[in-house]
Design a protein around this ligand. Structure first.
Ligand code: ADP
Length: 479
């Protein structure tokens, strides 16, 4: 595997005064890489490179840009085995999760490749006789992105590829927990594909030093948008700073992602959807389901079938292709799960399965009969791990109310044998995404993923046009 330790600035791998930090395997603390500890000066150099590259990138013909994106997609697929290995040792990702990300990433690159050919605006009529109006979509300039460790590979593509597809240049600050799979490996891929120097830059930072890099982005007039994927806690800090700088923000944050299983749902399909939705990547993804509401008539059968399926998921070293559940990212992730499980059990909840850690390996865990007030069943407390609360409901209205009693509004699922009923209930969800008969984690690169309320601002896919371009109105005499 290639271990890259430098920043990627203006098309060159750049040292940072020799200072580095260690990235370790969450399973066993083995050293994975020594990565450059960036400074404000590195961030400033990266912003300057992106700003200098902007005019040429913005004006590149759609065909030339398309060829680059298509080439990058091919490289992603060609490097699949290496990427799977990297995501396993750096982030604890199982093969199931890393291949899910690789598939989505290649698809997103191929879709974005064509966007340059879409109409660039509209011609409008003016009320003023003899005037016409051109409405043109323009890229913003430099978009700076903060990428997370969890869906590292895919979410990093989403952070910079979408702005780049609309003509912006980018600077990425990867997560210090997984800097290679959340940014540096992308630089290798884009370099190999032949992207122009400066169009894409990466500056890594040691733990606790993110703010110094971020400050450069906020201060720099060339940076016109901050694209952040991470926790709402950090987003609130960055949002205050963005307010002072008056910078546009695009935010992809957490979620509660409830599932409602109606009395006419197929149990086997529901079990499959919930297993994937709740436990993919050990429940460490913003769209993982945290709570399932099951019609009482199906509750016992559903819980025992879910419990059996979940117990069959192999927990262990994710470099073993048969392992589905790898380690949690770090000790604080483990502690927050343990705290929630203990709190629920102390209040009288029933442990259906799981609940016992082996190092940072934590098995998929299901709690039932969780009393109101327990941390894990409260919609304002996003649980970031393999913990699912299952609750029976008698009245759908109660379930809908409880499922939406959360500051988040990212994804939700309704499982039902009656599609019209599912569609009807879906319209009542205050959520960016509602799936009928699919997991909350269901994703397609082309579809507009994003949240409402504390789950974020903006959408991925083609709709990110709204986030990463602005409109120029030009009026002129028509004769
Ligand atoms: P997560 O817990 O999912 O990693 P965080 O919100 O903590 O989410 O981090 C997401 C990204 O935001 C990471 O790249 C992290 O380094 C960055 N980050 C965290 N705090 C700050 C900050 N004060 N300024 C700039 N970036 C930050």
């Amino acid at each position: 595997m290639t271990i890259t330790t430098s920043h990627f600035i203006n098309g060159a791998w750049t040292e940072s005064g020799g200072r580095t930090f260690a990235v370790t395997n969450p399973l066993n603390d083995e050293l994975v890489a020594e990565v450059a500890a960036g400074t404000a000066a590195d961030a400033a150099a990266a912003v300057a490179a992106a700003a200098a590259a902007f005019p040429a990138w913005a004006n590149m013909g759609p065909g030339a840009r398309q060829a680059l994106f298509l080439k990058a997609a091919d490289i992603v697929e060609r490097r699949t085995e290496e990427l799977v290995q990297l995501m396993a040792v750096e982030g604890g990702a199982s093969r199931a999760f890393s291949t899910f990300q690789i598939r989505l990433s290649a698809a997103m690159l191929r879709q974005a490749a064509g966007w340059g050919y879409l109409p660039a605006g509209d011609v409008l009529r003016s009320d003023t006789p003899g005037r016409m109006a051109l409405v043109t979509r323009k890229p913003l300039g430099v978009v700076a992105g903060f990428t997370p460790w969890n869906g590292a590979f895919y979410l990093a593509w989403r952070t910079f590829l979408l702005p780049m597809a609309f003509g912006n240049t980018t600077v990425i600050k990867p997560s210090e927990l997984a800097p290679m799979s959340s940014g540096l490996i992308h630089a290798e891929i884009l370099e190999e594909a032949g992207f122009p120097a400066g169009s894409f830059n990466v500056v890594t930072n040691a733990p606790g030093e993110a703010a110094a890099i971020g400050e450069v982005f906020f201060e720099s007039p060339a940076v016109r948008c901050i694209n952040f994927t991470g926790s709402d806690k950090t987003a609130r800090i960055l949002g205050e700073r963005a307010g002072r700088a008056l910078k546009r923000m695009v935010l992809e944050l957490g979620g509660f992602n409830p599932v409602i299983i109606l009395d006419d749902a197929d149990i086997v399909e529901s079990v499959k959807a919930v297993t994937f939705g709740a436990f993919l990547h050990q429940g460490q993804v913003c769209m993982n389901s945290r709570k399932v509401y099951v019609a009482r008539a199906l509750h016992d059968e559903f819980v025992s079938a879910l419990s059996a399926r979940v117990q069959s998921l192999k927990v262990g070293d994710p470099t073993d292709p048969s392992v589905i559940i790898g380690p949690l990212i770090n000790d604080s992730a483990l502690e927050q799960i343990q705290l929630r499980v203990k709190d629920a059990l102390d209040r009288g909840a029933t442990l259906v399965t799981g609940g016992r850690a082996d190092g940072r390996l934590y098995p998929p865990t299901i709690l039932a009969h969780v009393p109101a007030g327990a941390i894990c069943t409260t919609g304002s407390n996003e649980t970031f791990g393999p913990l699912l609360v299952v609750e029976a409901f008698d009245d759908l209205e109660d379930a809908l109310r409880d499922a939406q009693d959360t500051p988040y509004g990212l994804s939700a699922s309704i499982m039902t044998g009656d599609r019209a009923r599912g569609l009807d209930i879906a319209q009542r969800f205050d959520s960016g995404i509602v799936h009928v008969n699919a997991p909350t984690m269901a994703s397609e690169a082309s579809l507009p993923v994003g949240g409402v309320k504390a789950s974020g601002w903006g959408r991925s896919g083609y709709y990110s046009l709204e986030d990463f371009t602005e409109i120029r109105l030009t009026t002129m005499s028509s004769e």
